[in-house]
Design a binder for this molecule. Structure first.
Ligand SMILES: NC(=O)c1ccc[n+]([C@@H]2O[C@H](COP(=O)([O-])OP(=O)(O)OC[C@H]3O[C@@H](n4cnc5c(N)ncnc54)[C@H](OP(=O)(O)O)[C@@H]3O)[C@@H](O)[C@H]2O)c1
Length: 375
């Protein structure tokens, strides 16, 4: 038996795992705890993953603060986190050749995201279970640490730009929030699609093609990455709708949110341009029944006007599991996409580490992903 297989066999015998759970809704300082839980058993078409790395997303702190309580019902305690990379440790009993077209097997290096609707199996744990459809193979030239930083943000930007906004060669795109984790991937996707212009709003003036963006990848090493933005508008001193007045854009991709962005979009979007937001009007508010209904009604109203020939409005509400991730990993393997990690990463896999990640994520000062290493 090879050393790797022996290690997996031994790991399979583990019955308990370390994990970070949320014990209730509230302030992360008091409700996040490190604890021990039984290793879950994969059922049906699920796989058991030995987690190597995870990354945090804003949705995690929104869940902890109870902002999504109305739309996502969950029972406490549960393991936090969505993004993961790791190794397949066990295959569920209903996995067959037919539903396992990629021939996943024990020992394979994989990554993916646990859907926010599947809150029982978060990624801040030594093991997680997820459906086989949620995982993809990690390319040989990609590390576990790189792989965990992509799934949620990359799928969000892929689905927003290619599916909701119909991004194509020659398009002029404005990304609101060029240095958000989703925006950083968005810029690179626009470059791959050969957009003719990629304007972004950010305080980071070096997001442009000509000045390389110095990014921290891992262990505080600085790399120069040619991202591809063509213009940066500093949202702290300039208003994008004034700076870009007179120009006509095909797409606005909004990763920041707020009603004003939609209201000002008409100043610079083409008549049938597309506005896609991943946040919506009320970025910081708690989702209540009335706000959910209000969002639904305003969506219908904005869609009605787009059918009448005006610019189109999209709100990315539900991510599709795994859509776009395979292609993004292929682009990474071909050197077309870089993984961007905030310089404070990686964090320690501990209660203090998780709390420090939450503090950083909530401060809205990350430039790239916040990651943690379990193995
Ligand atoms: N609908 C979905 O499925 C979905 C999926 C993923 C994320 N989201 C949401 O999308 C939002 C962004 O997530 P993320 O992980 O990409 O964010 P993030 O990486 O945490 O964004 C942090 C960055 O935001 C920038 N920023 C803050 N205020 C800004 C403003 N007014 N204009 C432009 N940039 C601003 C800051 O960069 P500067 O240095 O430029 O200030 C900061 O570094 C979150 O609200 C998240 O919940 C939704």
């Amino acid at each position: 038996m090879t050393e790797e297989k022996k290690e997996i066999e031994e790991e399979k015998k583990e019955t308990v795992m370390q994990c970070i759970v949320q014990t209730d809704y509230g302030e992360y300082q008091s409700v996040l705890k490190k604890t021990t839980l039984p290793v879950p058993n994969p059922t049906g078409t699920q796989v058991l993953i030995k987690v190597h790395n995870t990354a945090l997303n804003p949705v995690d702190y929104k869940i902890t603060m109870g902002k999504l309580q109305t739309v996502l019902g969950m029972k406490h305690p549960f393991v936090i986190g969505r993004d993961f990379s790791g190794v397949i440790s066990e295959l569920g009993p209903k996995i067959t050749e037919r539903n396992n077209k990629e021939a996943f097997k024990i020992g394979d290096r994989v990554a993916g995201m646990v859907m926010p609707t599947d809150l029982n199996h978060g990624s801040f744990a030594e093991y997680l279970i997820t459906d086989i459809k949620n995982i993809v193979h990690i390319p040989q030239n990609m590390s576990f640490r790189e792989a965990c930083a992509l799934p949620l943000v990359a799928q969000t930007s892929y689905q927003s730009l290619f599916e909701k906004s119909n991004l194509k060669k020659g398009d002029k795109v404005l990304i609101l929030g060029g240095s958000t984790a989703t925006g950083l991937i968005g810029i690179q996707l626009c470059k791959i699609a050969e957009a003719s212009e990629i304007a972004v709003t950010s305080t980071q003036s070096d997001l442009c093609t000509y000045d390389h963006y110095s990014l921290c990848l891992f262990n505080y090493n600085l790399f120069d990455v040619d991202l591809g933005a063509t213009r940066v508008i500093n949202y702290k001193d300039q208003k994008w709708w004034e700076e870009l007045k007179g120009q006509k854009f095909d797409i606005i991709y909004d990763t920041v949110g707020g009603q004003q962005s939609w209201e000002k979009a008409g100043d610079i979007l083409k008549e049938k341009g597309i506005f896609t937001t991943i946040v919506g009007d009320a970025a910081a508010n708690k989702a209540t029944y009335s706000s959910v209904i209000g969002t639904g009604l305003s969506l219908v109203n904005r869609k009605f006007w787009s059918v009448c020939g005006y610019m189109d409005y999209n709100l990315l509400i539900k991510l599709h599991s795994n859509k776009g991730l395979r292609e993004i990993f292929t682009w990474f393997a071909e050197g077309k996409i870089s993984v961007l990690v905030d310089e404070s990463s990686p964090y320690e896999f501990s209660e203090e580490g998780a709390k420090a990640m939450y503090a950083k994520q909530i401060s809205q000062s990350c430039h790239g992903k916040l990651t943690t290493t379990l193995k």
